[in-house]
Design a protein around this ligand. Structure first.
Ligand code: FAD
Length: 488
């Protein structure tokens, strides 16, 4: 039996590995000349940048795939757990380093904020409880199969549902538990893990803190692109064929069954078709003759991003791998993104510097800065006017907070923004994580990993269940593998 996968994003590559292991002959058709989609890389003037994701959690999901490699291969995926998760900076000069060990972070919060360490360790314990009780149901299984609701994990989840914070926002939970406005801001930040608004997203998302501050954050030996690189090698070891510069134009459906795809004008038949393309253009372009699930397609999109990749001709001791420079008014910032579809005058700035761990990513004495601001998904805003304005406010903010002239040190620059995120990966409106999680039904309103009416048609990646971000994309592949027929 053969399977065709549309798109070599991380969800598509992971699906190709699982289906190949399951006995399918797999071909991946990718419109770009390179794999990885959002998880790709940029090389420029002696600097290397990870183009998209920078924060790596749940590495065991990658390990699981690496273990599936052909028995005669010797593909390794070295990475390390980080002691430090992120450095946070505020305009009034307050700074704190967050650690991946709850007691250590609690002690640091006590020192910097005069808030008892136990407040933090209790918070993280609660985040862990919510995560453990809900993940198996909401993330690791299809929400669209009766079997999920008959499984043994459902009972503990249902018995604890009132403890999940579904009826409060993340911000309400954080205010109640943490009180200190800066700590509330720090923990509200976890809403950005899936491009959502902490003032609207349900309190259950406070469980995300369990990943970074308890299970830990990790760093692949050669940076994030190593995930793509390694998994492509694993897939190839299993016989998966990647076809680059091969955009799929159509999914052929006959008698309510997927029969194959048309790529570069040619029909290729398949027993199974998986789209890793964003679900919106999958329907609008590849399945335009089929009934469109408009309520799902019209869900609010997650936020997008504006990223400046800067080669910086100096080193900054006070910065680590992940650094966040907070805005003074977080609520205003999210109101701008989700209600006004605009960017607040003083946005929070995230700076990621992989040369802190991979010195070869920048020339000696220099650093590779990935500088990101959360922005709304593209609704036709005047980005050509906005980008220079945002750049100016980012520079002013960093110069104020680091007390040094940054622009003078920028040796090289590249920019990614909502329009180019869409043109490079087909993500509708350039959203980073598919639809937002700004309401408590969001988990149920994502498209299932299979088509309910068309046989042999499946969907993987960040715009479908269980959602965006590398770990969830990898889980979408596992769910497809569980649901699809074995080819053995
Ligand atoms: P995508 O990466 O969306 O790729 C889809 C692929 O399909 C692309 O290669 C595209 O070219 C191809 N394709 C589309 N249409 C066709 C077609 N018709 N024919 C052939 N090929 C087609 N996640 C994290 O876990 N941690 C982070 O720190 C993080 N930060 C992020 C920062 C940025 C700036 C961005 C952009 C994303 C970030 N994410 C992060 C999100 C994460 O990158 C995504 O959720 C994930 O990579 C999406 O993978 P995917 O499988 O959905 O495929």
């Amino acid at each position: 039996m053969n399977a065709i996968i549309i798109g070599a994003g991380i969800g598509g590559i992971a699906t190709s590995i699982r289906l190949a292991k399951n006995g399918y002959k797999v071909d991946v058709y990718e419109q770009n000349s390179y794999p990885g989609g959002k998880l790709s890389l940029i090389e420029q003037d002696g600097f290397r940048f990870d183009a998209g994701p920078s924060l790596f959690t749940l590495p065991e999901l990658v390990d699981d795939l690496v273990k599936l490699q052909n028995e005669n291969s010797n593909i390794e995926f070295p990475y390390k757990k980080l002691d430090e998760s992120c450095r946070y900076f505020w305009e009034d000069g307050k700074r704190i380093t967050a650690y991946t060990e709850p007691k250590k972070f609690g002690a640091e919060v006590e020192k910097v904020f005069k808030v008892p360490a136990k407040t933090i360790t209790d918070y993280i314990k609660n985040a862990e409880f919510k995560y453990e009780k809900s993940a198996r149901i909401f993330l690791e299984k299809s929400l669209h199969k009766t079997s999920t609701f008959l499984s043994k994990e459902i009972l503990p989840a249902l018995l604890n549902i009132y403890k999940f914070g579904l009826f409060e926002s993340m911000n309400q939970v954080n205010q109640r538990k943490l009180k200190d406005p800066k700590l509330v801001q720090l923990f509200n930040r976890f809403a950005t893990y899936n491009g959502s608004d902490p003032y609207q997203a349900p309190g259950i998302l406070t469980s995300i803190a369990n990943l970074e501050l308890n299970k830990g954050t990790f760093y692949p030996k050669n940076g994030m692109y190593q995930i793509t690189d390694t998994l492509v090698k694993v897939a190839e070891s299993l016989g998966v064929k990647f076809h680059y510069n091969a955009a799929v134009e159509n999914i052929k459906v006959e008698d309510k069954e997927a029969k194959g795809v048309v790529a570069n004008g040619e029909f290729i038949s398949a027993d199974l078709v998986v789209s890793n393309m964003d679900i919106y253009p999958t329907y609008k372009k590849l399945l335009s003759k089929e009934k469109q699930p408009e309520p799902i397609l019209n869900q609010e999109r997650s936020s997008s991003a504006l990223i400046f990749y800067w080669g910086i001709a100096r080193e900054f001791e006070e910065l680590g791998l992940h650094n966040i420079f907070f805005s003074e008014d977080y609520r205003k910032e999210f109101d701008h993104i989700f209600k006004k579809k605009a960017v607040a005058p003083d946005p929070t700035v995230y700076v990621n510097i992989t040369s802190k761990h991979s010195p070869e990513d920048a020339p000696e004495g220099m650093e590779n800065w990935f500088v990101m601001v959360n922005v709304p998904a593209n609704n036709g805003q005047d980005w050509d006017k906005l980008i220079p304005e945002i750049k100016e406010s980012v520079l002013q903010k960093l110069e104020r907070m680091l007390k040094t002239d940054i622009s003078r040190h920028i040796k090289t620059e590249s920019i990614l923004e909502p329009r180019t995120i869409e043109s490079k990966t087909s993500s509708y409106q350039g959203a980073l994580y598919g639809s937002s999680s700004n309401n408590r039904y969001a988990a149920f309103l994502r498209h299932p990993n299979f088509h309910q009416k068309i046989k042999n048609l499946y969907f993987s990646g960040g715009s479908v269940h269980p959602g965006g971000g590398i770990p969830l994309c990898l889980l979408s592949a596992k769910i497809i593998d569980d649901l699809s027929p074995s080819a053995k």
